[in-house]
Structure formats: structure tokens, C-alpha cells
Write a protein that binds this ligand. Structure first.
Ligand SMILES: *Cc1c(COP(=O)(O)O)cnc(C)c1O
Length: 412
């Protein structure tokens, strides 16, 4: 059906997990990519290779293994910077994931830049990871948190944002692509509006970096966060990219080894960035494997991935729309491949359990976005989310299974 700009069958061969049958004879149909992506063999091999050939601590060890590990680890900073168009390798901080990246900004930059009476603006469609840290920050600092409203079609009310911005606005934080609605937000316009008031902008790119070309310099944002595990990399590693001038307003996050320059009994001075923000032994193996994952994605081509997923998403939406009693949440024109829906008379959890029996993995629940669920008037939804290794045949399988589930629960 879809006209892929690459050989999908060949790509699928790179992912060992996709080769297996589950429940004895069901081919695995993995449509939960917004939760985490699968990993190509190259990435898995990179982890094994690190531990079996050059495991050593980075930066301090002046021996063969230490130098190997350090140069591979530091090399990933360059790869990440060029992959997302960040200012420099030094502007890339390794964290545990998007969640930690957002918290880093909320605890360091915010500590200097946000005071009582200031305002933080987020949106009504944020993942808990880019909402709760700002609720805590607002509590700590006495700042006020406001949320940009979401229209029924799943887009942001940027007209309302104009009214919300003031000279007390210090930060506007927004998800680049919603993990629930699929909406790709107009970050460029949000940046333009925020800059007009002198506010900084943080982009939660957890769903965009894996699925489309992202260029931090073009977007002109101050902070960009994403997770390795959603873009073919391992769990436990993520990135915070910082616009260099913002480092001036960032005291250390965690204290410990690696992040210091000189330590005296009662006070210390800090290492230069990025090391100032990477206390302790870093997640060496996973950072190196993330580099391999980004090389793999570049090899396939982010533009091609985006183009193919656009076709897959259109097909998915079309197939879901053809099911009676199924309602899709989010109809933004600019969107990615996370599609949430509800089925009349079938609870999302029942549906996901039913399709799971046919080997199909979709997600059900509040999708880490309880405030958005309330706006949608539901407590849970089902979500199918595609990646570049998915096929239209898999979407057909999902549709067939949903229709069967509907009959089963209607009569059962
Ligand atoms: C997954 C996700 C996060 C959280 O990522 P972690 O890897 O769990 O830290 C944040 N925002 C969005 C939009 C996400 O999809």
C-alpha cells in the first residue's frame, strides 16, 4: 500500500525483536512506538562491544581502554549536536532521559531566572514529564504556571498565548509533538511570540526527534530535550541541548565527581560545561549506543522516515475512521504517527488486552497526560503509534482485530 522511500522489509531485518512470533504463532505487531521504540541489532551490539572490549571509566583513566571509552563517549556529543542542529558538542548534556532533562532546567536555570510573581507557560497537552516539574518549580519559586488551551482538533490556541504572555513570563515550554494527539506544534511561532516578551523557550522533543528532522538552531529554542529509547537507542540515556548563552544562568544540578574543577573542604569550583552538569560516572555504554542509533537513523534518512510515517499515519487514520463507533482524538494537519482513539462500549484496557492476544501491541490508559484526558472528557484512550519499520499490513491486522474486539464485547 504505502510507497516507502526505503526497503521496509530489509529494515525490519535489522530489528531482531520484530522477527519473533508471540503467543506461539502470532507475528509481533508492534504499534506502541510512542512509548518506546525497538532497537536495531547494531545498537544492541554496541552495548555488548563496550562491555566486552573497552569497558573503562571515562575522562580520568589514562590507559588504552579509558581512552577508547572516552573518545567514543565524547564522539557522541558531536553526533548528537549535528543530528539536532545544536550550537556545539559542548551544548549537549547527557541525562537519563527527557524527564531528567526537563528537571535539570527546572532546578538550575529556573533557580536563577524564575522568581516569585514570575510566570511559566506550558500547554494543556503536555506529558507529565514536562508539566509536573513546572508545577514543582512554581511551588518552590512562587511563580505562576499557566497552560495554553487546546482546541478540539488538537492544536494549540496561539491567540490565547498572545494574551497570556507578559513581561513576567520567563519561560514558555511546549511539546514539539504530542504523544497523545500527534499534533506537531508550531514551535517557530511560539518562539517568535515568547521572544517578543523576552521569555526563554524549552521544547520537549521526545516525540519529534525520533520521527522528523529537528534543527535546534532553526527553531531558535533555548532548551531541547529528548530520550534515547524512543529513537532506537537504549533506555537510561537522554539529552538536554542548551543554547550556549543560557549556561550563564545555570548553577550546577547534582554535585559529585566529574563536575568539579577544584574541591576544598567547604567549597568548590565547577568544571566547564558540559561536565559541570554530568556529576559522577556517566552512562557510558548507553551514550555510545545512542550514537550508533543516531547514525542508523541518519543512514535511513530522517526526511525519508518522516515521509514514510506520514503515509502510514494517513493510512492508519483512514482505517480507524472506517470502524463504526470509533472516535479519534486529534485532527491537526501537521501531525505525527501517534493516534489516540476511543471505541464505543469497549474500554481501552479491554481493547488492548484483546488485540494483544493477536500479537498486537498498542497502548491504553491516560498516556501520562491526565490533564489532557480531562479536557478530552475521558479517563483513558487507546493509542496506536507507528515507526518507520511498521507496515500497512500491520495496520490492516490492527483494524481487523479492533473490529473483532467490537463484536466480541458487544455480544459477550
Ligand atoms: C516519552 C515522553 C516523555 C518522557 O520521556 P522519558 O524517556 O520517560 O523521560 C516526555 N514527553 C513526551 C512528549 C514523551 O512522549
Amino acid at each position: 500500500m504505502a510507497d516507502a522511500p526505503f526497503d521496509v522489509a530489509k529494515i525490519r531485518q535489522d530489528f531482531p525483536i520484530l522477527q519473533q512470533k508471540i503467543y506461539d504463532d502470532k507475528p509481533l505487531t508492534y504499534l506502541d512506538n510512542a512509548a518506546t521504540s525497538q532497537k536495531p541489532q547494531l545498537v544492541i551490539d554496541a552495548l555488548v562491544e563496550y562491555y566486552s572490549r573497552y569497558n573503562a571509566n571515562v575522562h580520568r583513566a589514562l590507559h588504552y581502554l579509558g581512552e577508547q571509552a572516552t573518545s567514543r563517549y565524547e564522539g557522541v556529543r558531536e553526533k548528537v549536536a549535528s543530528f539536532i542542529g545544536a550550537a556545539s558538542p559542548e551544548s549537549i548534556l547527557f541525562t537519563r532521559g527527557t524527564t531528567e532533562s526537563v528537571n535539570l532546567v527546572a532546578y538550575t536555570w529556573a533557580q536563577e531566572r524564575i522568581q516569585e510573581g514570575d510566570e511559566i507557560i506550558a500547554t494543556g497537552m503536555e506529558h507529565h514529564s514536562n508539566l509536573v516539574p513546572w508545577q514543582l518549580c512554581a511551588e518552590r519559586t512562587g511563580a505562576k504556571l499557566k497552560l495554553i488551551p487546546v482546541f478540539a482538533d488538537g492544536t494549540l490556541d496561539l491567540f490565547a498565548l498572545r494574551g497570556m504572555l507578559s513581561d513576567r513570563t520567563r519561560l514558555v515550554t511546549v511539546t514539539h509533538m504530542s504523544n497523545v494527539l500527534g499534533t506537531v506544534n508550531d514551535v517557530a511561532e511560539i518562539v517568535r511570540l515568547a521572544r517578543g516578551m523576552g521569555a526563554a523557550v524549552l521544547v520537549d522533543a521526545a516525540q519529534s526527534v525520533p520521527h522528523m528532522p529537528v534543527n535546534m538552531k532553526e527553531l531558535d529554542v533555548d532548551f531541547l530535550a529528548f530520550s534515547g529509547h524512543k529513537c532506537c537507542g537504549p533506555t537510561g540515556v537522554g539529552v538536554l541541548a542548551v543554547k550556549p548563552e543560557q549556561f550563564e544562568h545555570m548553577p550546577p544540578f547534582m554535585g559529585g565527581g566529574e563536575m568539579i574543577s577544584r574541591v576544598k573542604d567547604l567549597q568548590s569550583t565547577w568544571a566547564d560545561v558540559p561536565y559541570k552538569f554530568e556529576a559522577g560516572t556517566p552512562n557510558i555504554a548507553d551514550v555510545i549506543a545512542l550514537g550508533v542509533a543516531l547514525d542508523y537513523l541518519s543512514g535511513v534518512g530522517m526526511e525519508k522516515i518522516q515521509a514514510y510515517e506520514k503515509q502510514l499515519t494517513e493510512y492508519l487514520i483512514q482505517q480507524l475512521q472506517s470502524i463504526q463507533g470509533l472516535r479519534i482524538f486529534g485532527y491537526a494537519k501537521e501531525r505525527g504517527g501517534a493516534v489516540s482513539f476511543a471505541l464505543d462500549k469497549v474500554h481501552p484496557h479491554d481493547l488492548s488486552q484483546y488485540v494483544d492476544q493477536q500479537g498486537i501491541a498498542i497502548r491504553a490508559g491516560h498516556l501520562c497526560a491526565q490533564p489532557l484526558m480531562r479536557r478530552l472528557g475521558v479517563t483513558a484512550v487507546s493509542r496506536a503509534s507507528v515507526y518507520f519499520y511498521n507496515t500497512t499490513e500491520e495496520i490492516d491486522r490492527l483494524k481487523e482485530s479492533i473490529v473483532k474486539a467490537q463484536q466480541f464485547f458487544d455480544h459477550g
